[in-house]
Design a binder for this molecule. Structure first.
Ligand code: PLP
Length: 366
């Protein structure tokens, strides 16, 4: 049996550290705010090479708060890729702006400048660059479009902890960046958690205030904010896990390289392409085949779990029917029925990757 995700195995491998972290938070009653949150924020800022890190309640809130902090005129258009988890787009609407879907690069599945340029209007005020599947977007090209058109660049790093663009960590390259620590993400909490990183002092302060009722000190509310805090327990757990993340990521990359090498050259199987400038952290390893459903069943019947990310491109969801238009030619709309995520993660040994490769090869030889 090869699982898609095995959080129980991960816990077993670092049990004393996690148990101690939880016990410390309870002993210190440091449930909200306090030293464990501060410590994690510092550690994660360092990890992302960003100046500021502000913990929030989850990755969706992180997006909403980042967009709100940008202070755009109501009803601004914000460009987002048509292939992502719904949160990337949902946050735009929640902040009173308009979702505009743009097409993506066919190798890396990420938003590119060409896709953005084709959707620009004078109302476009920001773009959400999703580093999908752990592959960074071409940020220099996106930053250039943003500069030309006076737009804000928000990185959605929910799938890309530790990914690098031209040797620099994602999370420090846009105006604002958002992270999710949902349990199944590359760095996951034991519940919901998220963070925002930024280089900008004023944005950092604004983000911190929005997430904590519009205040810096206890009852000095300067505007109406909300409650979206990273809690102490999650922060302590994340701090216990963070020192292991590089090793876990290295295993993901090793498995991905193995898949890329040994699944090459199969008819009707398209592999993801990692750009020369990218350090991809492979939150997901996504292949494409017109025999996707059959292959998924075959793997399942042989004890190998797989996933589909995402089965319905965002513009085709009922939630976006109100936009009134689906671009049938867009890459994400043409390919969503062919995507398959093979198992990948630190819970797998290289022999497990070899087993997956053998099964996939066996399937396509029939
Ligand atoms: C998981 C995810 C989110 C949302 O994060 P939550 O912590 O679940 O709210 C946002 N964007 C992307 C791309 C994601 O994968």
């Amino acid at each position: 049996m090869i699982k898609f995700l095995d959080l129980a195995a991960q816990y077993e491998s670092i049990k004393p550290e996690i148990d101690a972290a939880i016990a410390n938070v309870i002993r210190d009653s440091a449930f909200i705010g306090g030293k464990y949150v501060k410590e994690f924020e510092q550690q994660f800022a360092e990890f992302t090479q960003a100046k500021h890190c502000i913990g929030v309640a989850n990755g969706t809130d992180a997006l909403e708060i980042a967009i709100e902090a940008a202070g755009l005129p109501a009803g601004s258009e914000i460009i987002v890729p048509g292939n992502s988890f719904i949160a990337s787009a949902e946050a735009i609407t929640r902040c009173g702006h308009k979702v505009v879907f743009a097409d993506v690069d066919e190798d890396s599945y990420t938003l590119n400048a060409e896709g953005v340029r084709s959707k620009l209007t004078e109302r476009t005020k920001a773009i959400i660059a999703v580093h999908l599947y752990g592959h960074p977007c071409d940020l220099d090209a996106l930053a250039e479009v943003c500069k030309e058109h006076d737009m804000i660049l928000i990185e959605d790093c929910a799938q890309a902890h530790g990914a690098e663009y031209k040797g620099r960590r994602v999370g420090s390259l846009g105006n604002l960046a958002t992270f999710s620590f949902y349990p199944g993400k590359n760095l996951g909490a034991y519940g919901d958690a998220g963070a925002i990183t930024t280089e900008d002092d004023a944005l950092a302060t604004r983000v911190r205030m929005i997430a904590n009722h519009g205040r810096i000190s206890k009852y000095d509310h300067q505007f109406e904010g909300r409650n979206s805090r990273l809690d102490g327990m999650q922060a302590a757990i994340l701090s216990a896990k963070l020192p292991h993340l590089e090793e876990w990521t290295a295993r993901r990359i090793e498995i991905a390289d193995y898949y890329l090498r040994y699944l090459a050259g199969i008819d009707n199987l398209i592999l993801p392409v990692r750009k020369a400038w990218a350090r991809q952290v492979y939150h997901l390893f996504v292949i494409r085949s017109t025999r996707r459903d059959e292959l998924k069943d075959y793997l399942g019947a042989h004890g190998v779990e797989s996933g589909v990310h995402y089965p319905i491109a965002l513009p085709k969801l009922l939630a976006y029917a109100y936009l009134g238009e689906v671009d049938q030619q867009a890459f994400y709309n043409r390919t969503d029925s062919t995507l398959l995520s093979l198992p990948i993660g630190e819970h797998m040994e290289m022999k497990d990757a070899a087993h997956v490769v053998n099964l996939v090869r066996e399937f396509f030889s029939q």
